[in-house]
Design a protein around this ligand. Structure first.
Ligand code: NAP
Ligand code: HSE
Length: 427
């Protein structure tokens, strides 16, 4: 058996998972890759920190130079997170002829094209299966198994942390902050969980998937994004009353040369398979013009599920022979045209607090009607109170019609506040 040296940059949640898999499945990994893998170096910030796995002292380093200057290291596995210095370390590794495996969606969504072009130029592999949906083989699914298709749309739950939080809030009545703490303890959340709860992580992931699926470059900042911090128990209860469940969805649709891209919480029918995707599980629906509908389901975060994708990427490189990899750049260079969010169509749930006076409900309904928004249902609760919650669910309409209506409703004297707006996806 030939021996190959690799280096791991970062041994936090995912790095630990990779280390465990390389240890517990050592024989199988060797048999499948054709190599006996030696982790020669592990880069960390703090060499003294207590680790969840036993990394020999001589393997730990806090200097990337120890890795980049070692010609015997053939694969660099980047599991640090963030763009800086992760992107530069990956570029340096590529330019030194080392293959790169990464789980870093932030770096890929913002610099994937540059990294992929460099990998192509220097004839090395850049594998990133773990960057989207943890253990689910979605990247290889799109770049290999589904290449015969024109991908029409992608709808998915692709952030484990927010799905864990929403599940705990919905099924266990847990508070947002407590559920987030649990997700962090379980190793699902990003180092800065703002990325999860404000929808950035899902935005990077749908950016990567869209770029690969629709064959164009995407400026991720142009993706419409909302997180789950505005979701509270009142909305979850109303959703239940209407027969819905609230999930953070990532949506990409290709139509007439434009790509509709959005990440936001949505009410989906409680009977839909996505409504039963709970905890840290992810699921992705893809529609291809040949394959039709496809659903992939699995653990979207955590040490072993993510480690499974990373080690799979390492084996894929070794299986093909270390010197024979000519990477074809999968990140296309022409930009995709993104549809203006104002021109997208949806159904909407809108929760308002208004004074319980004659004519208020009718006046609000008139604003909707005046802007071409047709109402599907209205609920008023809290009889006898001065101010009462009013909940409206609309039929499908343009986002711009809703925005105009909300602006006018907010200005009404009888309206105290527009408390929430959640899109309803009758998928
Ligand atoms: P983490 O637990 O925060 O671990 C990060 C590791 O990188 C730590 O060992 C840290 O060293 C090291 N590190 C960070 N910055 C460094 C620097 N400048 N120099 C040297 N070492 C540095 O992160 P994680 O959850 O494992 O995530 C790693 C990557 O995988 C991220 O890109 C993340 O988005 C992605 N990912 C995570 C999951 C998941 O379930 N967690 C799933 C899919 C993808 P110290 O330990 O010394 O601080
Ligand atoms: N923080 C990410 C999540 C990790 O919760 O989905 C997996 O990419």
């Amino acid at each position: 058996m030939q021996r190959v040296k690799i280096a791991i940059l970062g041994i936090g949640n995912v790095g630990t998972g990779v280390w465990k898999i390389l240890t517990m499945n050592k024989e199988q990994v060797s048999a499948r890759s054709g190599y006996d893998i030696e982790v020669a170096k592990v880069l960390v910030r703090d060499k003294k920190k207590k680790r969840n796995v036993e990394v020999p002292e001589e393997v730990l380093t806090d200097s990337f130079d120890d890795i980049i200057n070692d010609d015997s290291i053939k694969i660099v596995v980047e599991l640090m997170g963030g763009v800086d210095p992760a992107k530069n370390y990956m570029l340096k590794a590529i330019k030194s002829g080392k293959h790169v495996v990464t789980a870093n969606k932030f770096a890929l969504a913002t610099c994937g094209k540059e990294l992929a072009e460099a990998a192509e130029e220097f004839g090395v592999k850049l594998n990133y299966e773990a960057s989207v949906a943890g253990g689910i083989p979605i990247i290889h699914g799109i770049t290999e198994s589904l290449t015969a298709n024109k991908i029409l749309n992608i709808v998915g739950i692709i952030n484990g942390t927010t799905n864990y939080i929403l599940t705990k809030m919905t099924l266990n009545g847990m508070e947002f902050e407590d559920a987030l703490k649990e997700a962090q303890q379980k190793g699902y959340a990003e180092a800065d969980p703002t990325s999860d709860v404000e929808g950035y992580d899902a935005m990077y992931k749908i950016g990567i998937l869209s770029s690969l699926s629709f064959g164009g470059y995407i400026d991720v900042d142009s993706i419409y994004r909302e997180g789950i911090t505005s979701i509270n128990s009142i909305d979850i209860e109303y959703a239940k009353e209407f027969g819905y469940v609230i999930k953070l969805l990532a949506i990409a649709k290709q139509n007439d040369g434009l790509v509709e891209l959005r990440v936001h919480p949505a009410m989906i029918p409680a009977t839909h398979p996505l409504a039963n995707v709970n905890d840290s599980f992810n699921a992705i629906f893809i529609k291809g013009n040949a394959v039709g509908d496809l659903m992939l389901y699995g653990r979207g975060a955590g040490d072993l599920p993510t480690g499974s994708a990373v080690v799979g990427d390492i084996i894929a490189i070794l299986k093909n022979g270390l010197d024979k990899n000519v990477e074809r750049n999968t990140f296309a260079s022409c930009p995709l045209r993104i549809k203006d969010m104002e021109d997208t169509r949806c159904e909407y749930y809108i929760r308002v607090t208004a004074s319980d006076t004659p004519g208020t409900l009718g006046a609000i309904s008139n604003v909707f009607g005046g802007n071409g928004v047709s109402l599907a249902s209205v609920i008023q609760k809290g009889k006898g109170d001065v101010n009462v919650p009013l909940v409206f669910v609309t039929h499908e309409t343009l986002e711009k019609n809703i925005n105009k209506s909300i602006k006018e409703i907010k200005a009404m004297e009888s309206v105290v506040s527009v408390d929430n707006l959640i899109r309803v996806e009758n998928i």
